[in-house]
Design a protein around this ligand. Structure first.
Ligand code: ADP
Ligand code: MG
Length: 445
């Protein structure tokens, strides 16, 4: 007779809890392409579970509510910025000192599309008083609204029942925004059967977050890198329909284009410019992308600008920003130096800051010096590489927003759910795809 030897499971290191979470990930499409796996074709690539936490993270209810309430104002701002003189002054200053921003701006075209469309994510950390402080705004390629709600459901209704976790309609609301933007385009140009062109990175690892969108949106989506689109010509596309495979593109959705390595050659820049000049709606346009620059956040945090723009509601969420001449009087452990880059791994902390001081002083418009947000750590258990680990961790809450506008004003302004990421205290960066953080859900307390 076969007897089940319970102890043998233990000896082989079987981990029931890890298996429980792994099985949930596999059943609910919580996947990533493994960070160490070469990305050739999907079949020979190592797919792994998404890094997730094992229980929701206690998070102050008032702080969460505050972050939600700020989103409509941030949505308005990312579009209204285009009309502000100081916005343009700043872009011109940053261009002088940052080649990438200069190249982006050189693609700008003021009169190509009828609509501005942005899906953005505002990221916050908690200070020691439990208040939110804005880390940054992502006006391009804001991600994790596909996987985020699945982790919310894991903690809310999946492996536990918890009503103190707010529902997360991020994917549903963002998809609605795309349908609305698509319909607006179709009505404006009297066309049907339009498609979405999703611009992706060459080594796209977050494809399961993207596939959640593709499955839900109900509009055909074609994914392409800039390199795959080489051959487009901006002059012939000016104010013209953008066609791919014989279908008209209503929306170009950028999940790439925010970092210099996304443009593998000069021809890729021609593609970006050609798209910008076409009549397709861009999510986002170059100018809305630039409204998310870290230098813009510094400008907005200035009390005079807050007053002038009438955005007092936001005043408490900004961390302090410093000028380079203040650096000698600051403790370097209390600041973060950031260049105008997105995608993680670009910031300077503590003893690394002196390495870039010369560049910083000679190019002050290419960097921000930001107060380091000192978040209270909590003990967290998480699923990492198939195993349960424990760590002391801090949270970063991202709130999604969707905004559509035309020349006459706002057509859509929605707050669209959230993603909570948790990262080990000792990790400087919070990038999920870099393996720095775990998707979590807030347990409101
Ligand atoms: P990126 O565009 O590269 O994502 P971020 O501004 O989000 O740039 O910085 C990356 C990570 O660095 C954040 O996710 C956060 O974990 C950490 N970070 C950024 N700014 C601060 C800050 N002021 N205080 C503490 N940590 C920060
Ligand atoms: Mg970030």
């Amino acid at each position: 007779m076969l007897e089940l030897d319970k102890d043998s499971n233990q000896k082989e290191g079987r981990d029931d809890e890890a298996e429980k979470f792994l099985a949930y990930c596999f059943a609910h499409s919580l996947f990533i392409v493994h960070p160490s796996s070469p990305l050739k074709d999907l079949l020979s690539t190592q797919i792994s579970h998404a890094p997730i936490t094992c229980a929701p993270l206690p998070f102050p209810r008032a702080a969460f509510q505050n972050a939600i309430e700020l989103m409509p104002t941030l949505n308005r701002l990312c579009i209204e910025m285009h009309t502000k003189e100081c916005f343009w002054d700043l872009i011109f200053r940053v261009r002088e000192q940052d080649k990438f921003i200069d190249k982006l701006f050189s693609c700008y075209c003021s009169e190509s599309s009828k609509f501005e469309f942005c899906v953005q994510r505002a990221d916050y950390m908690l200070d020691q008083g439990g208040n939110i402080k804005q880390v940054e705004i992502n006006t391009i390629a804001a991600a994790l609204y596909g996987l985020g709600p699945r982790v919310t459901e894991l903690h809310r209704r999946g492996l536990a029942f918890c009503d103190d976790i707010p529902e997360n309609r991020a994917l549903e609301i963002i998809v609605k925004g795309f349908r609305k933007a698509n319909k607006l385009y179709q009505d404006a140009y009297n066309v049907q059967n339009t498609i979405i062109l999703m611009i992706i990175q060459e080594e796209e690892r977050n494809m399961f977050d993207q596939s959640a969108f593709i499955d839900a949106v109900g509009i055909p989506v074609i994914r392409r890198t800039f390199s795959e689109l080489v051959g487009m010509n901006e002059k012939s596309l000016f104010n013209q329909p953008l066609m791919i495979n014989g279908k008209e593109v209503s929306i170009v959705y950028y999940r790439a284009g925010y970092t210099p390595t996304d443009y593998k050659s000069g021809a890729c820049w021609t593609v970006r410019r050609a798209i910008e000049w076409s009549r397709a709606t861009k999510c986002p346009s170059i100018i809305t992308q630039l409204a998310g620059m870290k230098k813009m956040q510094e400008m907005l945090a200035n009390p005079k600008v807050i007053q002038k723009f009438g955005i007092q509601k936001l005043s408490k969420c900004f961390a302090k920003f410093y000028k380079p001449n203040e650096l000698p009087s600051l403790n370097l452990n209390n600041v973060v130096v950031k260049p105008q880059r997105e995608g993680g791994g670009n910031n300077y902390y503590g003893s690394d800051i002196p390495k870039i001081i010369l560049q910083l002083v000679s190019n002050p418009d290419a960097y921000v010096i930001m107060q380091r947000i000192d978040s209270p750590p909590q003990r967290v258990r998480a699923l990492s590489n198939g195993k349960i680990i424990e760590m002391s961790a801090v949270a970063e809450l991202g709130i999604f927003g969707v905004v559509i506008a035309d020349n006459d004003g706002f057509l859509w302004n929605e707050t669209a759910g959230y993603v909570l990421r948790t990262k080990a205290v000792e990790s400087h960066e919070g990038g999920f795809m870099r393996g720095d953080s775990f998707i979590d859900a807030p347990l409101l307390v």
